[in-house]
Design a protein around this ligand. Structure first.
Ligand code: KIV
Ligand code: ZN
Length: 390
């Protein structure tokens, strides 16, 4: 049975770029956009055109460059925003305007000092106005995660009628539990008239570390677009991480959903974005962190050397990492030492290994990590005859 495709909407250049101190210039954004397209991203959110002349220019240049992916620009539910976005997106082969408004009690009362009817009116007016410029209009119900489902369904129904092609259901504050977020998507599928005329989209923030789980719960319940960023960067604790949702779907064929992403480009893309934004990837980051395929305890190393799958659920080559690494520390065992020694040219017999291992432990207790150059030193200072092991 063929799998359903979940579209990947990358917002590294918009929501991701909202990280303090991580501003990118137009040239850097173009390089990243080109890479996202090559990797198979379906929709690139290129920026928020009305926010600054620089952002307008970036969206406009990306719209000229990108040929296969949809190029999207963000707006508020404000006429002028929509007109400026439409202008920036003019050269795009597949332009999309992303417009919307807050729908939770808190947004309606405190942000807009408004009421539910007026919010629906503004939402419909924004979508209708955007439809004058492009066919593809995505509507976001900001803070949908904390919006009452019944009202959210009313908003969705109204904007579908006005021509929205995609309904973005953001968990703006990262509050929802996966079961709750999944149930919200299911509620909309079951209760919104003409829901099949639009694609439901997950846009989850990571304040409780649940962004990936929530997005996957949304997809399991029928969402067919996930909004995410490279390395999960974004406001506060960030957005859903692109590499994580892609690999969750790929590693779990029973879900029957997949993406168009070439996963072999995940690691290099993560590195590219990290370098351009000057934002380090945490070493234990799933999929792309420097420790994601590194094994350092003796028990794990022995298992991985015997069979990689003992402690790895992903083949590192599938995400563009050359191979798993066996890190030598004072917690490593003989199997790891023999493995690494062999890689640098020493095929140790069991007796030789026993000798060298004692020397290695003394060395490793002094040093956090033993590297290839150290292995030569350790072997020379052990009692083993170097001639017989080289
Ligand atoms: O988190 C959010 O609600 C957003 C919207 C503007 C789409 O980023
Ligand atoms: Zn967001």
């Amino acid at each position: 049975m063929s799998k359903d495709i979940v579209q990947i909407f990358d917002t590294t250049l918009r929501d991701g770029e909202q990280v303090p101190g991580c501003k990118l210039d137009t040239t850097q954004k173009l390089v990243i956009a080109e890479r996202l397209e090559t990797m198979g991203v379906d929709i690139i959110e290129a920026g928020f055109p009305i926010s600054s002349p620089g952002d307008f220019k970036s969206v406009n240049e990306i719209a000229k460059l990108v040929k296969n992916a949809t190029v999207c620009g963000l707006t508020r539910a404000v006429k002028k925003d929509i007109e400026v976005a439409a202008e920036a997106l003019k050269p795009a082969v597949r332009p999309r305007i992303h417009t919307g408004i807050g729908t939770s009690e808190s947004h309606i009362k405190h942000k807009f000092n408004s009421n539910k009817d007026a919010i629906i009116e503004r939402a419909v007016a924004a979508v209708s106005h955007a439809k004058n410029y492009v066919d593809d209009v995505e509507f976001y119900a900001e803070d949908a995660g904390r919006t009452d489902n019944e009202f959210l369904a009313q908003v969705c129904e109204a904007v579908i009628k006005a021509g929205a092609t995609v309904l973005n259901i953001p968990d703006t504050t990262g509050y929802c539990l996966p079961s709750e977020y999944g149930a919200k998507i299911k509620y909309l599928r079951d209760n919104v008239k003409d829901i099949d005329k639009a694609v439901l989209s997950c846009h989850c923030h990571n304040d409780l570390g649940l962004a990936t789980a929530n997005s996957i719960a949304g997809a399991i319940n029928g969402a067919r677009q996930i909004e995410c960023t490279i390395n999960g960067i974004g406001e506060r604790a960030g957005n859903t991480s692109l590499e994580e949702v892609v690999m969750v779907m790929r590693q779990h064929p029973s879900l029957n959903i997949d993406t168009n992403i070439d996963s072999r480009l995940l690691y290099s893309t993560s590195q590219m974005v990290s370098q351009k934004m000057g934002m380090l990837v945490q070493p234990n980051k799933a999929i792309v962190g420097s420790n994601a395929f590194a094994h350092s305890s003796g028990i794990h190393q022995d298992g991985v050397i015997k069979n990689r799958e003992t402690y790895e659920i992903i083949n590192p080559e599938d995400v563009g990492v050359n191979e798993s690494s066996i890190v030598l520390t004072a917690r490593s065992g003989r199997a790891a030492l023999a493995y690494r020694a062999k890689k640098v040219g020493y095929d140790l017999t069991k007796l030789q290994l026993d000798e060298v291992y004692q020397e290695f432990l003394k060395y490793a207790d002094r040093k956090k990590e033993v590297i290839d150059a150290d292995i030569h030193d350790i072997i020379s200072s052990s009692k083993v005859n170097i001639q017989s092991v080289a």
